[in-house]
Design a protein around this ligand. Structure first.
Ligand code: SAM
Ligand code: SF4
Length: 329
């Protein structure tokens, strides 16, 4: 699949649920209304849709949400997709999780063929963790991280940089992650969906964070890439990798290789635009994939050049109404 700007689409992010056991302040409002369960695709339908993308050239699948591990029986989806690795275009199935259910599922993920996962963690201070996630329990997440590590999963910690909340802890988080052999990536807040707080208050440009880290650590340029939008440096003092995802301070759209599918079968061709394609109707229209394949081609032909997120006082309304939890970031 090649889009109108010559970008090869080889990466699908699949959000298997919009629900979550946390209510992170930058992601959701406290009282969210979720999609009615009747609108969700079944796990079998999600598998068929994913494989239609794999047949068209998708090599990497990331399962996300909401919190993917709260969807009932989700491990069976990992099992079935994992079985396709190496037997189709599919090379890798990965996961982004808040870690709350990992103690239970880490080994089953490994058995399904998952090798690396991203775990979101914005602080290691239990009280702050509760403030950020509203409902989360830090010890449970740390147990989950230990279980994933013990099961042999390669771990990347993702941290959203939040002004006045975790900005004084970022170096400590990096040292902790690198000390445990994990990659560590920082993310800027993106203006998606109504939240109860003020995004201008939360927004911390990573250019500033990087400059501060560079005062105490030697950040060596690195061309390491995982196929995602992060740009990495190697931290000489720790030997670890530090990534930056900077949708606001640096536009990464020119190398975008991905599309995003929601749990109702809606395909978003760009995280930062509202145009979407309904794939549920063509999926259900026939038992073979011909109509579906055409609908996918038509959607890829509409993939936009990029997004134009802005966060400042004049643009404090969300750029898009939908929450990150619908598309999974
Ligand atoms: N629940 C899982 C988790 O938290 O890892 C997967 C879904 S979550 C939407 C995926 C990632 O998006 C998390 O790392 C989260 O911190 C990040 N995220 C959520 N809302 C965001 C926002 N408005 N701006 C930037 N990152 C956001
Ligand atoms: Fe849930 Fe992840 Fe959003 Fe936090 S960032 S509310 S864990 S979906």
């Amino acid at each position: 699949m090649i889009d109108p700007f010559g970008r090869h689409i080889t990466y699908l992010r699949l959000s298997v649920t919009d629900r979550c056991d946390f209510r992170c302040v930058y992601c959701m409002s406290e009282h969210m209304s979720f999609l009615p369960k009747a609108e969700l695709l079944t796990l079998e339908e999600l598998e068929r849709l994913s494989m239609a993308f794999v047949d068209k050239g998708v090599e990497r699948l990331r399962i996300t949400g909401g919190e993917p591990l709260v969807r009932r029986n989700v491990i069976s989806l990992f099992d079935r997709l994992g079985a396709q690795i190496g037997k189709s275009n599919l090379k890798e199935v990965t996961l982004t999780t808040n870690g709350s259910q990992l103690a239970r599922f880490a080994r089953e993920l490994v058995s399904a063929g998952v090798k690396r996962i991203n775990i979101s963690l914005d602080t290691r201070d239990a009280a702050k963790f509760r403030d950020i996630t509203r409902w989360g329990d830090l010890p449970k997440v740390l147990d989950g991280i230990d279980a994933a590590d013990a099961a042999g999963l390669k771990i990347k910690i993702n941290t959203v940089a939040l002004k006045g909340v975790n900005e004084d802890e970022i170096a400590d988080l990096m040292l902790w992650a690198h000390g445990r052999g994990f990659d560590f990536t920082l993310i800027e807040t993106m203006p998606l969906g109504e939240i109860d707080g003020d995004r201008v208050e939360q927004y911390l440009p990573l250019s500033l964070v990087r400059a501060r880290l560079a005062r105490d650590y030697t950040l060596e340029d690195s061309d390491y890439r995982t196929g995602g939008p992060a740009r990495y440096v190697r931290v000489a003092e720790t030997g670890g990798r530090l990534g930056f995802i900077t949708p606001l301070t640096h536009n990464f759209c020119e190398s975008c290789n991905r599309v995003r599918l929601t749990c109702t079968g809606t395909l978003y061709m760009c995280l930062g635009q509202s145009d979407a394609a309904d794939l549920r109707t063509p999926l259900r229209a026939a038992s073979d994939d011909a109509v579906l394949a055409q609908a996918i081609d038509a959607a890829i032909a509409r993939k936009p050049k990029g997004h134009d997120f802005i966060i400042d006082r004049r643009h404090n309304a969300p750029a898009l109404e939908r929450h990150m939890s619908l598309t999974g970031g």
